[in-house]
Design a protein around this ligand. Structure first.
Ligand SMILES: Cc1cc2nc3c(=O)[nH]c(=O)nc-3n(C[C@H](O)[C@H](O)[C@H](O)COP(=O)(O)O)c2cc1C
Length: 372
């Protein structure tokens, strides 16, 4: 290995004492490839096993915690105990290759395709997402809100029973948890909405529930992370100032990490604060001394990873990059960083061990992956 890349391979110890063998993480990525009965498929197991040897930690695709939270065709289920053997297969496949296995837990809210939930699309309020033809969601009752919070806890218990090293609470990308925090989707005036503080109540209640379940069923080494998106384009919508308020509150929750969902690691704030630095640097300065931050977004090469680590962000996630090159981390370790593949080669599906539905999505979505 070229010694200048040694920072990428420094082990990192989380607050709970768990040590990750290096600074690279596989980002959570939906693959649309589970079985018809929502169990994890053989193709998914192979896809994860192929990508779990280099990184220190793998965050799985999201799994729904409540039946009406299923957000994608071919998403595996986590809302019932009968899924425990399926969840276990995935955890084992990841851990056997040497990475920590983290289950991403989720509810899609107003973004679920209606046909996956018998038309019962729900959200904080009955406000559709922006865009043509988006369904008008049904506003959740207070009782339903409380039930979904418990569902996040129940799926955490299943993750523990299935052998995961931790869970990541999916509070990003415009799904239900973010819908409660957003002034666009949350127009409630009960204790779950009406002011910035009240819009925080649902995310924080989910965190508290997940933590209390982990305290009951797992040992202290169970990892709990939280993923969020720093801003929303809509008006009204989450601003950078709102995000700082959210992460101040999250950083008091003794989480093991915060994961900033971005397509570009270096993107800058849209509005809300007067600061020209990148969002990730602002976030790291604000909470980095309390809770480790994971950065992500178009980190394509060894030099780009090194530059990103120089900001002080301790952990970096690879999304599309580790689909395009499952040996991304190993190539740097072996001094072959110039051989990292940074474009999709449309002839290499089988060599790359990518399940059909994910491959079809990749090659038919222009601009999503380099080379397509
Ligand atoms: C195929 C695909 C599926 C994704 N699914 C999820 C998901 O289930 N949960 C999530 O939090 N982010 C998801 N993302 C976002 C990624 O985790 C990541 O933030 C994004 O791809 C930017 O990182 P990259 O530039 O390294 O790809 C997905 C991205 C891709 C490309």
């Amino acid at each position: 290995m070229n010694s200048k890349y040694s920072p990428i391979f420094q082990p990192f110890t989380l607050k709970n004492g768990i040590t990750l063998k290096n600074r690279m993480v596989m980002a959570p990525m939906t693959n649309f490839s589970s079985n018809q009965d929502d169990t994890v498929s053989d193709a998914e197991v192979k896809y994860y096993a192929r990508r779990s040897a280099g990184v220190g930690m793998v965050i799985t695709a999201c799994t729904y915690v409540t039946a009406n939270g299923k957000g994608f065709h071919g998403e595996f289920g986590g809302d019932r105990d009968e899924f425990i053997p399926s969840l276990k297969r995935l955890a084992s496949a990841i851990k056997e290759q040497g990475a920590k296995a983290i289950l991403q837990i989720f509810h899609g809210g107003r973004q679920v395709p209606p046909e996956l939930v018998n038309g019962d699309v729900v959200s904080a309020s009955s406000i559709p997402a922006e865009g043509e033809g988006k369904p008008v969601p049904r506003e959740l009752s207070e009782q339903e809100v409380e039930a979904i919070i418990r569902d996040f806890g129940e799926t955490t218990r299943r993750a523990i029973e299935s052998g995961y090293d931790g869970v990541e609470i999916h509070g990003a990308n415009g799904y239900l948890i973010q819908q409660f925090f957003s002034p666009h989707s949350n127009r409630r005036d009960d204790r779950w909405g009406g002011s910035l503080d009240k819009r925080l109540n649902f995310p924080l209640a989910v965190v508290d529930e997940v933590k209390s379940v982990a305290a009951k069923y797992a040992n202290d080494s169970f990892i709990i992370g939280y993923r969020f998106s720093p801003e929303e384009p809509e008006t009204p919508g989450i601003t950078m100032a709102d995000t700082l308020y959210l992460i101040d509150a999250l950083s008091e929750k003794d989480l093991d990490y915060l994961h900033v969902s971005l397509m570009d690691f270096w993107s800058t704030p849209r509005r809300g604060i007067d600061d020209t630095r990148s969002r990730i640097e602002i976030i790291q300065e604000r909470v980095g001394s309390h809770v480790p931050v994971i950065g992500v977004g178009s980190i394509r090469t060894a030099d780009e990873a090194l530059k990103a680590l120089e900001t002080g962000i301790p952990l970096l996630a690879l999304g599309r990059e580790i689909i395009m090159d499952p040996d991304w981390v190993q190539k740097i370790a072996e001094g072959k960083e110039n051989e990292i593949i940074t474009k999709i080669d449309k002839t290499k599906q089988h060599e790359l061990v990518v399940p059909d539905p994910l491959w079809q999505a990749i090659i038919h979505t222009p601009g999503w992956f380099p080379g397509v």
